[in-house]
Design a protein around this ligand. Structure first.
Ligand code: SF4
Length: 310
């Protein structure tokens, strides 16, 4: 069974070699409406697993110095893998300078053993799509007895003690978690979570159920509803239509002060004249670059100085 895939060039995480901890079938404790895998009944444990010995032997054949990150994922939820601790210890023994990353839906953080195991990784990406119990149940369709309040508590706790880079991902689905009320709740939760970056995205691939994603413009509007202290990054580009809006020097400084943007965002939002104005602000050091994770953001110099003082 093929457990290693890639490498793929991930804009967010660099050159990534993937490990699939459930290569034979989907095994997940959620049945998300937007999942790119087919719908299935949820499970709370894996019934089909590959032994760590085989994964490590496959990994050794593919790992080289060009890989930035070994990404632990699955057809389903990777933290349901019963030998996760042993696997991570074995990867650590051979990875040298390569970083380790896991992509998880966060639900198993309530399990003390998983919580402790994830602390060993260099990077962790936790999904958090909703705060309200009804919205969470509608969008993520969790296995019975999974309670969003317990998950949020553990995500907050994890962010306090984790020494590596923590990323949070929110996937927005039209008409479900994109209401002002839910965004306010997400905001109030995220201000208490210490994350390197909060990626907001939407449905980029055919979903398991008939649900609709948001446009880039809608994601941008949502990004402005979050507190400016939260490092929001718009991760979805598939539905991105250029906006070609005109920004004065003052508009550019205000926009980037509220929400730092990447060059890709700027190319989508700014018209040609505004890009020229941005370039002269960069030349005059009024706007500077700041690297967060693997991405480069443009931010007013004054804002950066304010942040550095904190
Ligand atoms: S947690 Fe991931 S794998 Fe599981 S159903 Fe949701 S999107 Fe699919």
């Amino acid at each position: 069974m093929q457990t290693i895939f890639g490498p793929i060039n991930s804009r967010r995480f660099g050159t990534s070699l993937g490990i699939d901890l459930s290569p034979a079938l989907k095994q997940c404790n959620f049945d998300c409406l937007y999942c790119e895998l087919a719908p299935t009944s949820t499970v709370d444990a894996q019934t089909h697993s590959v032994l760590p010995k085989q994964i490590i032997s496959d990994l050794k054949q593919h790992l080289d110095s060009k890989i930035d990150v070994i990404t632990i994922t699955a057809n389903g939820e990777p933290t349901l893998y019963p030998h996760l601790l042993e696997l991570i210890d074995s990867i650590d023994a051979i990875k040298k300078n390569t970083q380790t990353l896991i992509l998880t839906n966060s639900a198993t953080l309530v399990d003390a053993k998983v919580f402790k195991t994830l602390l060993k990784l260099d990077q962790v990406k936790l999904s958090l799509d909703a705060i309200s119990d009804d919205v969470f149940k509608k969008i993520d369709r969790p296995h019975k007895n999974i309670d969003i309040k317990d998950i949020i508590k553990k995500v907050q706790e994890f962010s306090q003690v984790f020494k590596g880079k923590l990323f949070i991902e929110i996937l927005f689905v039209h008409g479900l978690n994109d209401t002002k009320e839910e965004i306010q709740k997400l905001n109030d939760t995220l201000v208490n979570i210490k994350a390197s970056r909060v990626d907001i995205g939407t449905i980029d691939r055919p979903p398991a159920y008939p649900v609709v994603g948001l446009s880039y413009k809608e994601l941008h509007e949502i990004s402005l509803l979050f507190d400016s202290s939260i490092p929001i990054h718009i991760a979805s580009r598939v539905h991105a239509e250029p906006n070609n809006s005109t920004y004065s020097d003052k508009d550019i400084l205000n926009t980037l002060d509220k929400r730092p943007l990447t060059m890709q965002d700027i190319n989508l939002l700014f018209d040609e004249g505004s890009k020229k104005r941005l370039n002269s602000l960069i030349k005059n050091s009024k706007i500077v670059k700041k690297v967060v994770g693997n991405l480069e953001f443009f931010i007013p110099d004054t804002n950066l100085k304010r942040k550095l003082q904190k």
